[in-house]
Design a protein around this ligand. Sequence first.
Ligand code: PMP
Length: 417
Amino acid sequence: MSNEHAADTGEAIVARSRAGLACERSLFPALASQLVYLDAAASTLVPQSVLDAVSSVYTEGLTGVHRGVHARASSATLKFEAARSQIAYACGARADEVVIGRGTTESLNMLSHGLAATRLGPGDEVLASELDHHANIVSWQLVAAKYGARVILTPVDADGVLAQDAVLARINDRTKIVALPHVANTTGAVLDARPIAKAAHRKRAVLVLDGAQAFRTLEISVRELECDAYVFGAHKAYGPNGVGVLVGSDALLSELPPMQGGGHMVHAVHSHAPPELAKVPACHEAGTPNLEGVLGFAAAIAYLASARRRGALAHERNLTAELERGLRSLPFVRVLGAPAQRVGIVSFAIGAVHAHDAATFLDERCIAVRPGLMCAQPFFERLGVRDALRVSLSTHSQQTELDRLFSALVSLHEFFS
Ligand code: PMP
């Protein structure tokens, strides 16, 4: 074990975690109030450094990414490409393997539209799961039907767990694409992706991983995951809205027909001949990019790296166990899903109380959680749950906030009984 790794274990983490707690909350302007923010899985709050990076685009007058030669355009282009390199570094990829778009949903749709055209035919299958977000189900369902292909959802078991065997058993000669969540948005379950990647590759299928909920908590290496494509967005990882990332190998990005046409994605355009496309990744980035969002995301990645050094991510993982333990100790709460490994997210149902009523009750006590079906209807249908509440943690989450949540849930139960 390297010294650096040794410094990331045991007492060092506990000590840094305590120190981190003291400062983490103060970095987030929205937490100046008494707010208990437990909705990171919907969107994280942003630290001041991200706000500064976003506003610098306007205060410095940065315009014309990839388009101009004046000083501000050149600076905008340099900063944009430096941000791409930072994003790539953060997931163990090369900069030219990173396509920057507008959100995880858009990245998944780029993949579904492109790969359906190149890979799907009558009788073929796309294998997803009941643990997937609608973005990774519907995007495939909409296109598969056009090619006579089907989307198969691997069921979760009675405990809400996606068993690896169940996924492996469904990969067969008809499977062309496997698309799964790296971390589930309902249970925080972490997927052991490599065996699935290997099984998919044996059948010449590609593995797409939805990393929307993973990027803010796990250290990502697309090489170690052995996936063919990895997608995530900025707004669930301490960055701004409107930035999505698609990481793909050169082979996959070259295979993918561009979903949108426009400026920057073409090398040459003719009146009487098809356009000559730019090289990857540019051919997938039509139109003027969201410079402030991308620079904000680079600042968020820098924040995440420093939070990791302070032990805030390890602290968040430890707090996940406390969250689950505390919820399971409440007799009127049904925790949904019991994955072997989960990070930062727990969903639960509370008997007859409607989730929206429950979330409103908590909001009146300045506790923000997410009610409903979390864009994951097949999961809740399988468990026979009408609606649920989801609690999701951030680097700034604290045990005292969980204690406030647990005692508010007891009051809620008494109020509605
Ligand atoms: N996948 C997962 C697992 C998600 O949690 C979400 C957002 N809830 C998405 C995809 C879609 O992300 P976005 O809305 O940012 O496009």
